[in-house]
Structure formats: C-alpha cells, structure tokens
Design a protein around this ligand. Structure first.
Ligand SMILES: Cc1cc2nc3c(=O)[nH]c(=O)nc-3n(C[C@H](O)[C@H](O)[C@H](O)COP(=O)(O)O)c2cc1C
Length: 213
C-alpha cells in the first residue's frame, strides 16, 4: 500500500542523528494519543443547560488544580463560558458513547441536547454550570484565565470540586479508573476507545533504570 504523497520519509540523515529506524514525517497536525473525551456542561444565557464534546483539553496546573479546554469561537459553549465564567466536565463511561458523540455533533444553538439524550443536568454547588448526573465523575470549574490560539479559545478552569459516584470509589477514596471506564479518543482516526490493562505503577516502573545506574 502506497503512502500519501504529502508524507515525507526521513531516512537521509539517520546516521547523523543517531537513529536507525525509518520515520515518516506527518507534518504539523493536531493529533495526540490518546485525547480525553470531556463533556463540557454550561448554561446558556436563558438558563438552558447545554453540553459539548471536547477532545482538546487536560490538567494544566496542580496548585491550584486547573483544567484547560480549547473551544472554537462559534460554539454555543464558547458564548456560555464567556458569559458565565464557569463550566463543568463530566466523564462519560463506555456505555455512554452514543450520547458523548451526539454532544459533539449537534449545537445547543439548534437543539436541546439534554432533551434529545434524556440525560439529566444537575446544578453545580460550586459554579454556575450543570454537570451530568448519569456520568460517574464530574469536575466543577471556575474560569480564571483564557488564551486565544488560532480559531480556539483556551479556557483555564480552576477545579472547585470533583464529584464521583460512591460505587466508583476505591477503598482509599480515590476514583476507580477501571470501574469508571472513561472513554478516550484516537484523534487521528476519530475513533473512541476504552482504557486498556494496567501496565505498571507510575513513579515506580522507572526505578529499575535508576537502580541500575
Ligand atoms: C470527539 C469530538 C471531539 C471534539 N472536540 C472539540 C474540541 O476540543 N473543541 C471544539 O471547539 N470542538 C470540539 N468538537 C466539536 C464540538 O463538540 C461540536 O461542534 C458541538 O456541536 C459544539 O456544541 P455547542 O455548539 O452546543 O457548544 C468535538 C467533537 C467531537 C465529536
């Protein structure tokens, strides 16, 4: 099977750079493996709850704990966040893949997405935005900053609270990743995946290399 014409195979300087594998340059692209599937909850100006699927996001600070999400200017969600200075992120488990995808296909400017999906918006205690009751985990975020990048605005939300279904907690009170079964996205093929098996413990697997030095 031939490679697309715009891909550049990169073998000419292998010895100079010390590498020996053939690599293909994909050029500058908005691809990352994996991206989260965040369902961002907001209120419209008239008080109607809305939700949108966001892949471009992640934790961006530990203290204060913050999440950054990038939202295009034409989204209903963009207007809502700008107006209310708040959003939530609800984490869909695998069983809600249809609803999660729907939230990314339709705009709150045209439809009531909560009516269409039958999911329940719940008013947050800490911020002026709704979270989704049926999803096992949600974050309540207050906007503390924003940055214009191309067609997107990156909103930085300080996490004011995280809610997790009781039955999704480990014995030590941490959220149970395997029980929650969060969806992830392959942003190259636009396919949803579940999470895989435990491979190793973080801040631990690397110890063997430290110890061998
Ligand atoms: C998997 C997936 C990921 C998406 N990620 C983003 C994103 O990170 N930023 C964005 O602006 N739009 C993203 N979208 C598109 C919006 O979710 C979509 O345009 C949605 O209809 C906007 O809803 P709203 O107008 O009600 O805010 C994504 C859509 C899908 C299906």
């Amino acid at each position: 099977m031939g490679l697309p014409k715009d891909l550049i195979r990169d073998g000419f300087n292998m010895s100079e750079n010390g590498g020996s594998k053939m690599k293909t340059s994909l050029g500058p692209k908005d691809i990352m493996f994996p991206t989260p599937v965040f369902i961002v909850g907001t209120y419209c100006e008239d008080g109607r709850a809305n939700a949108m699927n966001v892949a471009w996001g992640g934790i961006c600070s530990s203290n204060p704990p913050c999440i950054a999400i990038s939202v295009r200017r034409q989204r209903c969600t963009h207007v809502n966040i700008t107006y209310r200075k708040a959003f939530t992120i609800s984490i869909p488990s695998e069983m809600y893949v249809k609803e999660a995808d729907y939230f990314g296909m339709m705009s709150g400017n045209q439809v009531d997405k909560f009516k269409a999906t039958g999911l329940t918006p719940v008013k947050s205690e800490k911020v002026d935005a709704p979270y989704i009751e049926e999803f096992p985990m949600s974050f309540q975020c207050k906007v503390i900053d924003s940055l214009e990048i191309g067609e997107h605005t990156q909103f930085i939300g300080e996490i004011m609270d995280i809610k997790v279904d009781d039955e999704m907690l480990n014995m030590d009170g941490t959220p149970d990743f395997c029980a929650i079964k969060p969806l992830t996205l392959d942003a190259a093929s636009f396919r949803y995946y579940g999470v895989g098996n435990l491979i190793e413990k973080a801040f631990s697997a690397g110890k063997t290399i430290i110890d061998n030095k």
